[in-house]
Design a protein around this ligand. Structure first.
Ligand code: SAH
Ligand code: SF4
Ligand code: F3S
Length: 476
């Protein structure tokens, strides 16, 4: 889910103003047209935001391009979650700066989570960028671009308590036409001590429910068959209808989206262990099209470390939630995020994280070593005292064990039959399709005539690696 690398695929598009919400490839420059290039880092929320940015720019006559050389406006949607993510962005900015020397007049803008923290540095010290736009200020982009075109710096890093971009139809940039993201909330009110997100994205706010359902309906009508509802903590989704005063919580929202159409798969991310309720689990169990997959980041398997992390649950609480998931949704897969080497973590505490991977039987995990972020609670209160070597060796141990657990998890699927939503050709061969089952496992299988991306089909698993299931088609 988290990506510290640029995704350059699929970002060269031409927007046809006749077809709101759809994007087409653009091969060459038409004189007089203006082009923007956007590169996204970080979590799915950032990728989703880039689609909102694309929509705002398209309304101003900008076309999207994947070709840097064609661009009049280069945007980089940044992530601050770990030091490494920020370093990558700085490297890219230096490359963009070289382009500027060859093509004077092009503008470079920093969007997203690094904007607030680094606005001064970018604008004054490094002089690499013309625009700095925070995650809640994208509506202001056209005006900021105009300011920058006039030779001034365009900057807006204001964090809003209300902005959800509910009325903006995102332009699907990196799309396979089958699966799309829908942002249902923004910001975060949790104060996990390691985390920079509450500072970069501001206060939590939920998006108006009917605009979410309308976006899902529109996607289904355009041929999409899967939506992922996005928020930093989806379980705290809460929207009150101003007229009826009816309160819609996450369980109810899931139900409303699931009812758009039985053939529209619904996924969601991220669930917080402290907030995920039995009501949500029962809703997942009640609808076949709500996927049996929960990303439930544990971060650490040790209660003392969890307390220092300010996650507000302990190992026992997490264990109980995992048991509830397997009880209410027996074939559910659970994945996790894990941080190794958090402040003062001992070897014994690290081993409790290892045992949690086994105990919770994670189908997969995103694993990181702790990276201190300036301004966070942990940076203020605790020494970053675990040597880098130890952080890295603990991470290696975690990765090794998770791979074994994933492999075991996948091997248990051999012989089982799954309903798969076809996403496209497999990476290895155009004779094979890839698609995912409800549990979010990637499955590759031979193509059969008549089937195409966006179709559902049933396959039987015949082999497995730690990352993929290999299957054969079955005739009904
Ligand atoms: N809202 C989500 C997480 C968003 S950040 C949640 O609460 O689960 C994604 C992941 O990055 C986190 O789950 C955590 O594992 C990791 N992460 C966040 N801050 C980090 C830091 N300072 N160092 C290392 N990993 C970090
Ligand atoms: Fe960060 Fe915690 Fe919020 Fe997730 S829930 S975004 S880890 S503060
Ligand atoms: Fe990164 Fe911001 Fe997401 S810091 S992980 S892009 S919310």
């Amino acid at each position: 889910m988290y990506n510290d690398n640029p995704t350059l695929e699929g970002l060269q598009h031409k927007i046809d103003p006749q077809k709101q919400g759809e994007v087409f490839f653009q091969e060459s420059v038409k004189p007089g047209d203006k082009y923007f290039y956007i590169e996204s880092y970080g979590c799915q929320m950032n990728f989703s935001d880039s689609e909102i940015v694309a929509s705002i720019l398209a309304a101003e006559g900008f076309q999207a391009t994947r070709n840097l050389e064609m661009a009049d406006l280069i945007l980089i949607n940044t992530c601050s979650i770990r030091e490494k993510a920020e370093e990558t962005v700085r490297k890219r900015l230096r490359i963009f700066d070289k382009l500027k020397t060859n093509k004077p007049g092009i503008l470079v803008g920093v969007l997203g989570c690094m904007a607030e923290r680094l606005k001064k540095k970018f604008l004054e010290d490094e002089k690499l960028v013309d625009l700095v736009v925070g995650p809640d200020a994208y509506r202001d982009l056209p005006q900021l671009v105009a300011t920058a075109e006039d030779g001034e710096k365009g900057i807006n890093v204001f964090l809003s308590r209300e902005e959800t971009y509910a009325d903006i139809a995102p332009l699907r940039l990196d799309s396979n036409g089958v699966a799309a993201f829908i942002s249902i909330m923004r910001g975060c009110d949790n104060m996990c001590s390691f985390c920079v997100v509450p500072f970069t994205r501001g206060r939590e706010r939920s998006r108006e429910v009917y605009s979410i359902v309308a976006e899902a309906t529109d996607l289904f009508e355009k041929g999409y068959r899967e939506v992922t509802l996005l928020g930093q903590n989806v379980d705290s989704f809460k929207w009150e209808n101003p007229e009826t005063k009816e309160v819609v919580n996450f369980a109810r929202l899931l139900e409303l989206v699931a009812k758009v159409h039985p053939d529209l798969r619904v996924r969601f991310s991220t669930s917080h262990p402290k907030d995920i309720t039995d009501e949500v689990l029962h809703t997942i169990a009640a609808y076949e099209n709500i996927c049996n997959y929960i990303h439930l980041p544990v971060q650490s398997g040790n209660s003392r470390v969890l307390d220092l992390m300010n996650r507000t649950y302990d190992r026992e609480w997490y264990t109980e939630r995992v048991e509830a998931i397997y009880r209410i949704i027996p074939d559910c897969a659970i994945s996790s995020d894990i941080i190794t080497g958090f402040c003062t973590e001992t070897d014994a505490e690290h081993r409790e994280t290892l045992s949690m991977i086994e105990q919770a039987d994670f189908s997969m995990s995103y694993m990181f070593y702790y990276s201190e972020r300036p301004g966070t609670l942990a940076a203020k209160k605790y020494a970053d005292d675990i040597p880098l070597e130890t952080k890295k060796s603990r991470l290696q141990e975690i990765i090794r064990l998770q791979n074994q657990v994933s492999f075991r998890h996948n091997k248990r699927d051999i012989g089982k039959t799954f309903k798969v939503l076809i996403e496209g050709d497999s990476k290895r061969s155009d004779q094979q399709f890839k698609g995912r089952n409800s549990q979010n496992k990637m499955i590759v299988f031979p193509k059969t005539p008549g089937l195409k991306p966006g179709d559902y089909t049933h396959v039987r698993v015949i082999d497995a690696t730690s990352a993929t299931l290999i299957a054969e088609g079955i005739t009904a």
